[in-house]
Design a protein around this ligand. Sequence first.
Ligand SMILES: [Zn+2]
Ligand SMILES: [Zn+2]
Length: 318
Amino acid sequence: MTEVVSVPGSESVNPVAATFDLLGDRLTLMILRNAFLHRSRRYNQWLERTGAPPAMLAARLNSLVDAGVLIKVPQPQSADRHEYRLTELGLATWEILVCLWGWQREWTAEGALQPDLLHEACGHRGPTVVMCRGCGRTVTAHETEVEMHAEAVWSVASSGRRRSSKVLDASPRGVEMQFVEVMAAIGDRWSAVVTGLALAGTRRFSDFRAAVDISPTTLTDRLTRLCAAGILVRPEAGVGREYRLTPRGRALFPFYAFLLSWAATAYPDASEPGLRIRHRECGAVLVPALRCRGCDARLERTAVHFEPIPRTLLDRLT
Ligand SMILES: [Zn+2]
Ligand SMILES: [Zn+2]
């Protein structure tokens, strides 16, 4: 990665902040989604499916290569010259994307247009739940505690590198149009960080500011946007006028659980994760897994697949 996100005053990377910096980005998530859903491997395939400006797409692919998510493999016979393949670490983002998809299905108007996730063994279709690998129980946000390391003031380098993703708002098309609502919540790293802090129990403006190195203007902007997107709510009157997560915002918990878990995989040597989720019932730091709502089985990537919605149904819906 070209930008180094670190805890001020230390040389160590804050894995969670670095993960938000990498994955809290609309185009990056679109690239990964296409890699899983459509097996995109070549620059031109992503270009066609995302409609992203070429230079921006190239920059994101390079960031993913630098982060060890994609590997560049030479293809001397092909016009593209090389392919980008998911590494083990890249494949491990699968659960993050499934949770994102599940949230879209259940909490956005775009959900009806999403492909269906099918558990082949039992035939169940639809979103999953999160289970704790430690104790095997199903976990919701309410049964967890989010611990934030006191020193983990996040300094997310703000170069404006991602600001140009706004370009995509003008030209989303086809399938990617369906990515709009979820991106309001987590589609730029500041929104992703603010939503993550809200899940960790942060409610007051001053507490958000204390937790992350963010300008008051940017923070106000993101809080306003997250309220408009139905992720946060701020009562009109009352003590302190705190920002609280709506049920829709809280439902992003599985996404964050896997994001944190992925951060630990991506930065195994980091001494301090910055943010961790503890499962209150068993006391363990949550190592999440996906569980089928139909048969309760733990879901591995290879046990499920996405089924596109039949064209005839799509036509009726749109
Ligand atoms: Zn547990
Ligand atoms: Zn099942």
